[in-house]
Ligand binder design. Structure first.
Ligand code: KG4
Ligand code: ZN
Length: 365
């Protein structure tokens, strides 16, 4: 563990409501390192299933209704009452504004009632600092956030120090997996369904594009790839009146290989651009993909850097990462007043030029 553990212990409640998971957790950082005392994630997939995507109004209402239950359950399971907490941390953006507001209001209420400090956390910082919670990584390290809402390479330099080296200019990769699944009649979320279908497919049958490979730097694009899958499906359907299970497997394998290829190639570039780093970490739902993980690990090995991926439950949205990022901010002397705003957009790296896209939650970085 690093120097943080020399500090007095801190026990923090973290609240996350920025997309479609209502989550709360209690994390304690003591002399033996950080420990997740409880982590409760109330998913909303059932509420949005009929609409083929997250409906902001439904999400906001569900967060407002459930956030208290998530907090109650997290406190009860942790064995830590309000009186043993040192602070309340909450995602204050970026994300769907109605959800973020529900979390920020709940956190303010709890902190005010219990006389605790309030700490606003950037959702992306929560993801990016998770490898310090799970692996005790030292700064600086390179991070790839890759999910349905995010895709960016970050050089993580400190609790508030993030340099973005590149990211998607349109869709996030998870969004592309979900759309490809929809095109091929597979179930949602699309990533696991596409990965299962790809397992028996031939990744070389369809020559899908490797977008932006000819452009220097680490930016990525996934929307053309999704269109290429659509065209391949349509031309098969026109020629033969439909697609077979084997066609579907080959389309999935070709798509998955293209995503893994571009992310691995850009990871190698990001590692070269990052300078000396302690490790390369990947997080986000898409980091669950085995082919992608293997390719990212190869890129890290090629650069002589250790590859780490936090356990899946901590790669996807959760309250523990927010509690931990809150602990990191508190240790650095940060806290917020009652005027803490809820922000739909909040780039982690305000100095780098904005990206054009940023996934289904809109441009975020
Ligand atoms: O991080 P996450 O749970 O939520 C956010 O988007 O913030 O990521 C969910 C995304 C979905 O788009 C899902 O299809 C994708 O991660 N995903 C995968 C896999 N498992 C989940 N994509 C590819 N392969 C997988 N095994
Ligand atoms: Zn997230």
């Amino acid at each position: 563990m690093d120097a943080a553990t020399a500090n007095p212990p801190l026990t923090v409640l973290g609240i996350e409501t920025s997309c479609d998971e209502t989550a709360a957790a209690v994390v304690r950082d003591g002399p033996a390192g950080p420990e997740i005392l409880s982590s409760v994630v109330l998913g909303q997939a059932d509420l949005h299933a009929a609409y083929g995507g997250v409906v902001p109004e439904i999400a906001a209402r569900a967060h407002a209704e459930r956030v208290d239950h998530a907090v109650e359950a997290a406190l009860a399971r942790s064995g830590a009452g309000l009186a043993t907490l040192d602070a309340v941390a909450v995602t204050a953006g970026p994300g769907l504004i109605g959800g973020v507001l529900a979390g920020v209001m709940a956190a303010k209420g709890i902190a005010a009632a219990a006389g605790l400090p309030l700490v606003g956390v950037n959702h992306l910082a929560g993801h990016a600092l998770t490898p310090r919670l799970t692996e005790g990584l030292a700064f600086p390290y390179l991070m790839l956030l890759v999910s349905g809402g995010h895709c960016q390479f970050l050089r993580v330099e400190g609790p508030g120090g993030f340099r973005r080296l590149g990211g998607t200019i349109d869709d996030a990769p998870g969004e592309a997996f979900d759309k490809v699944a929809r095109l091929l009649g597979l179930t949602q979320p699309g990533g696991p369904a596409v990965e299962r279908a790809a397992a028996t497919g031939d990744p070389a049958r369809f020559a899908f594009p490797r977008p932006l490979m000819d452009r220097p730097g680490c930016d990525l694009s996934f929307s053309g790839l999704k269109t290429a899958v659509l065209r391949a499906r349509d031309s098969l359907a026109t020629a033969r009146g439909g697609i077979t299970a084997a066609d579907r497997a080959d389309l999935c394998a070709g798509f998955e290989a293209a995503v893994a290829d571009v992310l691995a190639a850009k990871a190698a570039r990001a590692l070269a651009a990052a300078g000396p780093v302690a490790a390369f970490a990947a997080a986000g739902g898409v980091a669950a993909n085995a082919r992608l993980r293997a390719r990212l690990a190869e890129a890290a090995a090629g650069a002589g850097v250790r590859f780490v991926a936090p356990p899946l439950a901590l790669c996807t949205d959760n309250g523990a990462m927010i509690a931990w990022a809150g602990i990191e901010r508190l240790r650095a002397g940060g806290r917020d007043g009652w005027d803490l705003p809820a922000r739909p957009r909040w780039p982690l790296d305000a100095l780098s030029a904005p990206l054009y896209g940023g996934g289904r939650r809109g441009a975020k970085a």
